[in-house]
Write a protein of this length. Structure first.
Length: 269
């Protein structure tokens, strides 16, 4: 069986702070993360299990590990108990594809099928990105969505009346799920599978970058000469000093800061 048919799932236990710290250091190597009240499960493809355990032990106080193989056909059974309706600012409602939305014309409804991709709106970083989009997106903006995953932010951009949306991800595995979610929401966005660090063109009004710290630090100097509004997340409060230093170096300014639990989201221009 190859990587397209199963994932390796690592469940870690410990206090919430240490679990958040641990996952921030291995996010780049993972396919996605699922949090519950007492544990966190991280999903991988083709991973060195010892290397991951060593990173977690070095960066946090987590020392309880449990590995499990998750077959593709078992995926929805794993997700359904955790994927419930999510209301953000009483303006956006995110619902599983198998549920019906409330009849409320004042809300933007986004249906998501978790498929084999991540991005249901339940993680703190995605929620803060959505809040920032609701505040800073204007009609007819062009939008670049980096690390699009399930496409949730591109769907919101479409429903907020963007004139052009380019979604980018370095993982080809997300393609089918991205397209399915676009269809579920009668939305459109162009998808490119590539590394954002290889991109040359950033002529967009709004750039969404919900990606981890190590990538952000390399990405921000590349985009420095643009006049875009950039919404950043995917990093911890403890990373603020490093991120803000890069922001200053590229002559951008922080115009809004959001935080939830241990995570941060910044709007810069």
């Amino acid at each position: 069986m190859n990587k397209f048919l199963f994932w390796m799932a690592l469940t870690i236990e410990g206090d919430e702070l240490n679990r958040e710290i641990a996952t921030s250091y291995i996010d780049e190597k993972s396919s996605g993360i699922l949090n519950s009240r007492d544990s966190t499960t991280i999903y991988f493809q083709n991973i060195n299990q010892k290397e991951i355990e060593n990173i977690i032990k070095l960066k946090s106080n987590i020392n309880i590990f449990k590995w499990e193989r998750i077959n593709k056909e078992d995926w929805n059974a794993n997700w359904k108990p955790f994927f419930k309706k999510k209301n953000i600012n009483n303006k956006v409602e995110i619902i599983p594809s198998w549920e019906k939305s409330d009849l409320d014309n004042n809300k933007i409804v986004i249906k998501i099928d978790p498929g084999m991709a991540f991005g249901t709106g339940h993680h703190e970083t995605t929620e803060m990105m959505i809040k920032a989009m609701l505040e800073f997106h204007k009609d007819n903006m062009s939008v670049l969505d980096l690390g699009t995953g399930s496409g949730i932010l591109s769907i919101l951009a479409y429903k907020l009346k963007s004139k052009k949306i380019l979604a980018v991800d370095n993982d080809a595995e997300i393609k089918n799920n991205f397209n399915k979610n676009m269809k579920l929401n009668n939305s459109e966005a162009k998808l490119k599978i590539r590394n954002c660090l290889d991109m040359k063109e950033f002529n967009f009004d709004l750039v969404l970058a919900n990606i981890n710290k190590s990538v952000l630090i390399k990405f921000l100097p590349i985009i420095k000469d643009n006049n875009s509004i950039i919404i950043l997340s995917g990093f911890l409060k403890n990373d603020f000093k490093d991120i803000s230093k890069i922001i200053t170096q590229i002559d951008y300014k922080i115009i809004k800061k959001y935080n939830k639990k241990e995570w941060l989201c910044l709007v810069i221009k």
